[in-house]
Unconditional design. Structure first.
Length: 276
């Protein structure tokens, strides 16, 4: 009998996320992957110590890295040093390394929420009644603050401050596009902007898919899951909110059985390709 490859599945089953059930999703997804792989679940703190016993490491709902920054840096350094196979691959250019990519894409004229990280660039932002200030290394809205326009100039912005500033955008809804490798799988949206995680299936247009695909293709990940989060402005334009390329929550409980099966099949195929 052919030996099944062994996957170290990194997750924090106890992490409590608003509107999401991290543990439930990972219990179910890891069980489905068990048809093709031997699965060992571990907490992010233990990944560096255990990784050598496995053929590959799958980083899933491990919670915001800032809660275990030292453990993540140790794991990342060891994985890169040893050439370990990691899913998602550690070459990501987006949230995996912080949110400064938003300033780069904004400066390049890409369709993202206008973003700056320096005081001298504040005049690049469009006028707004309020602005969103968030840490470059933030996640899950941790550290996010909404400030009125008259407070903006007093913020301690600068390359050393680690803060990003964006106008607070009036939008119709948020929509997320889910990809395995560079292939689109499904989309979900939140009809009510005040209820981010009350998601429903979304049928994207060709223009929507082209929007999401441009960011997935920009990123440097060949094997992994990416979630493109966007907002639909009052004028109907899509703007990138973030490109989650480290451990995106998948909201698999919000898709139908056929869609979920297709996603698991695509992830399984990607993992086999990574291990080949």
């Amino acid at each position: 009998m052919r030996r099944k490859p062994a996957l170290l599945y990194v997750t924090d089953l106890s992490y409590e996320a608003r509107g999401r059930r991290y543990g439930d999703e990972d219990v179910r997804l890891s069980a489905r992957l068990g048809d093709d792989f031997r699965i060992g679940l571990c907490h992010p703190r233990d990944a560096a110590a255990l990784m050598d016993a496995f053929d590959a490491v799958v980083v899933r709902n491990s919670g915001p890295v800032l809660h275990h920054r030292d453990a993540w840096e140790e794991f990342r350094a060891r994985a890169l040093e040893r050439g370990a196979r990691v899913f998602n691959e550690l070459s990501g250019r987006a949230d995996m390394v912080g949110k400064r990519y938003l300033t780069e894409l904004s400066a390049a004229g890409e369709p993202v929420i206008p973003t700056v990280d320096r005081r001298e660039d504040l005049d690049r932002l469009p006028p707004a009644a309020e602005y969103v200030v968030k840490p470059e290394l933030g996640a899950d809205s941790i550290g996010l603050e909404v400030v009125p326009a008259d407070r903006l100039a007093g913020l301690a912005l600068g390359l050393d401050a680690g803060l990003l500033v964006q106008p607070r955008v009036d939008f119709r809804h948020e929509v997320s596009f889910y990809f395995v490798d560079r292939s689109f799988q499904y989309a979900l949206y939140a009809p009510d902007p005040a209820r981010r995680w009350e998601l429903e299936p979304y049928a994207p247009t060709a223009g929507d898919l082209a929007f999401a695909q441009r960011f997935v293709d920009w990123n440097a990940i060949d094997h992994g899951i990416q979630r493109v989060d966007a907002c639909r402005t009052a004028e109907g334009e899509l703007l990138l909110v973030e490109l989650e390329d480290l451990n995106p929550y998948l909201s698999l409980d919000r898709v139908d059985g056929a869609t979920g099966d297709a996603f698991v099949a695509a992830m399984t195929a990607s993992l086999h390709a990574l291990l080949a």
